[in-house]
Ligand binder design. Structure first.
Ligand code: C5P
Length: 317
């Protein structure tokens, strides 16, 4: 059996709209999701015992059953018990580069890499949609992370429709190291504050979905109009997170002053990103924001957008 080394890309939300409640307790969403070439590395090595072992270079990432990569391996073992019994367990080494608790789908993309990697290691030959269906059982962002690129996501976030690839856009990401936001808290608080405006019938729900399908962000992407993409960035969860965390609001204002295409919080935050049309400009923005905020707790990254999520870096017997 072979060992695999994979890279797993982060995601940002170009559009995140909360439409209403779902019977399963989640929220009905309309999102545009985008992969960013800021990657974790996931190494998978077969074990002769029937264990799942996780190691991670980041001290805050749990390596037990709470880890989404562990859950992905456990799900594969449960789904394919004969293969698991035949081949034995797996050791998962996670080399984190994507910030944790950041709104960048770091955990989800690690889980997606484990699904893709174990499919290869165990020679299961699963289709992309089978991998996505398994991913949906682990978290709302995992199905997107299996495939990546630029996608319209509806439902819980797992109903995906591809959009044209974006080219020549760079992203500057900024996050306070000591700050992380619970996604469940952000959605719950949104429900408390704005739940009265949720769509409550099926027909209205469909109308709202269609509005996003033909909405300004999707149109801007179809026309590859980078200026328009920057101007149309949208995230409902900013209404919850920014008032609670003034430092994130200030960060967002700093980015705004830099003449970028646009700036927005990603997912449930607290990472803020800005889009630029060149790497040089992105590097300049990073420098200027770092100097302006002058806080050693602030971390910044520059990365291009990417059309893929999980890549096989190497494989060996
Ligand atoms: O699916 P995931 O585990 O990433 O979701 C984390 C939390 O975010 C959920 O427990 C839920 O509170 C909230 N959420 C939601 N609606 C979604 C996705 C996430 O309410 N569509």
């Amino acid at each position: 059996m072979r060992s695999y080394s994979l890279t797993a890309a982060a995601k940002i939300n170009l559009h995140l709209e909360i439409i209403g409640d779902r019977p399963d307790g989640f929220h009905e969403l309309a999102m545009v999701l985008q992969s960013v070439d800021l990657c974790d590395r996931i190494d998978l090595r077969p074990l002769s015992t029937d264990q799942i072992r996780v190691h991670c270079n980041h001290p805050e990432v749990p390596v037990d059953q709470r880890n989404l990569a562990y859950k992905a391996a456990a799900l594969m073992a449960a789904e394919f018990p004969d293969t698991f019994a035949q081949y034995g367990g797996v050791e998962i080494n996670i080399h984190k580069q994507i910030p944790v608790g950041a709104g960048l789908a770091g955990g989800s993309t690690n889980a997606a890499a484990v699904l893709v990697g174990l499919d290869l290691m165990w020679q299961l030959g699963l289709t992309q949609s089978e991998l996505q269906e398994l991913g949906a059982r682990l978290g709302s962002d995992v199905p997107f992370c299996v495939v990546g690129g630029t996608m319209l996501a509806t439902g819980r976030g797992e109903e995906l429709a591809p959009l044209p690839d974006l080219n020549q856009i760079y992203v500057v990401l900024a996050k306070y190291r000591s700050l992380s936001v619970s996604t469940a808290w952000a959605y719950q608080t949104f429900r408390q504050q704005f739940g009265h405006a949720y769509v409550s019938n099926v027909q209205e729900l469909e109308t709202r979905r269609q509005r996003v399908h033909s909405g300004p962000m999707v149109a801007a992407i179809a026309h590859r109009n980078n200026t328009e993409i920057g101007q149309r960035l949208y995230n409902d969860l900013e209404r919850i997170v920014l008032p609670e965390y003034p430092q994130v609001q200030r960060l967002r204002e700093q980015f705004q002053q830099q003449g970028v295409l646009g700036t927005m919080m990603s997912g449930s935050g607290p990472t803020v990103f800005a889009l630029t049309e060149s790497q040089t400009q992105a590097e300049q923005v990073r420098e200027r924001v770092q100097v302006a905020i002058a806080d050693p707790d602030l971390e910044l990254w520059v990365a291009p957008l990417t059309n893929t999520s999980i890549r096989i870096a190497s494989s060996r017997p």
